[in-house]
Write a new protein. Structure first.
Length: 199
């Protein structure tokens, strides 16, 4: 019990609505707090807000501003969603698309992408999604199949996985988000604002 309590004093816990902002935040937090362990978890937007307010985590990340009383809100990084369409596909003639235009088409989808999964199901109810947990298998399917897939300005595929695809921005308002860091600690606020300014 004493060891668990001691660890909790040296742990910064973060709950995020999506993985991408963590890729930017974690290295910078590690520099700011080299003596601390950093733990992360993907959660729903509601869980993030509730757990920050309850003190269950020190930092939350949301895809929108948080106006809850007692919460400090800091704009962080922007992420925009793109659809990757095989060359020769009927949609490849477009320079921008909406999720409504994609509705009904089958797509590859990466596992554990947070609120993006919910958005796809909500905006594309007639589509079927092939959820991929393994990164290698996802890359191979993207490279060899004709199924649509997604990427963002923060998450790019490695190698030549997308070289036979046209990357088209999705123009729905919900597909272009600015993440916000939230916390209740004035001590954390200054550090987080400094990290945000440098991002």
């Amino acid at each position: 019990m004493v060891q668990t309590f001691d660890r909790s004093l040296h742990t910064i816990s973060i709950e995020s609505c999506a993985p991408a902002p963590l890729w930017t935040l974690l290295p910078k937090l590690s520099v700011q707090y080299p003596e601390n362990t950093i733990s992360t978890k993907l959660c729903t937007n509601t869980e993030v807000v509730c757990d920050v307010l309850a003190g269950k985590c020190q930092i939350g990340i949301l895809p929108f501003p948080c106006l809850e009383e007692g919460i400090i809100d800091i704009p962080f990084v922007r992420e925009q969603l793109f659809v990757c369409v095989p060359n020769g596909h009927a949609l490849a003639v477009y320079d921008e698309l909406t999720m409504e235009q994609l509705n009904g088409l089958n797509c590859l989808l990466r596992d554990e992408i947070g609120f993006w999964t919910e958005l796809c199901y909500q905006k594309m109810p007639a589509s079927r999604f092939l959820i991929q947990k393994n990164e290698f298998e996802m890359q191979e399917l993207v490279r060899t199949s004709t199924l649509l897939c997604f990427t963002t300005n923060l998450a790019r595929y490695s190698g030549n996985a997308l070289h036979r695809r046209k990357i088209i921005p999705i123009i729905n308002e919900q597909a272009d988000v600015t993440y916000h860091l939230i916390c209740c600690s004035k001590q954390l606020e200054e550090r987080l604002r400094d990290i945000s300014r440098r991002s």
